[in-house]
Design a protein around this ligand. Structure first.
Ligand code: HEC
Length: 100
């Protein structure tokens, strides 16, 4: 009987945490899906736009932050990156670097 309240408490603490992790994964996946129109299916470009899949995480993150700040010349990317927080950019870099 002693263990029950602890278990209930652990569940109460862990559940919102697990849901938050899932929600943020989904949030990044949804954003990432909007990139594929230009960057190709699964992040593999079919044309002149660079591929994102499997690129170095730091390269992707730096490129996007520089596009956002204007330090890097862009045609379209600045407009996109302006819409995202630095934290989301870091998560997008992580996401695309892990794609095969
Ligand atoms: C409308 C087309 C379009 C969309 C949508 C788009 N991109 Fe791009 N992306 C480009 C183009 C074109 C370039 C080359 C730089 C430029 O001209 O802006 C580029 C360059 C990049 C680069 C630099 C790659 C390198 O190796 O130099 C990264 C990183 C990147 N995009 C990430 C993203 C992410 C992440 C998204 C989704 C949030 C996204 N892009 C959405 C067209 C697009």
């Amino acid at each position: 009987m002693q263990k029950m309240p602890c278990l209930a408490l652990a569940t109460l603490v862990a559940l919102p945490w697990a849901m938050a992790v899932q929600a943020s994964d989904l949030h990044i996946k949804i954003i990432a899906s909007t990139c594929l129109n230009c960057h190709g299916p699964g992040g593999h470009s079919l044309g002149a736009v660079p591929s994102l899949a499997g690129q170095d995480r730091e390269h992707l993150r730096t490129a996007m932050l520089e596009q956002k700040s204007g330090a890097r010349e862009t045609t379209v990317m600045r407009k996109y990156m302006n819409g995202y927080k630095d934290e989301e950019i870091a998560q997008l870099a992580e996401y695309f670097s892990k794609l095969k």
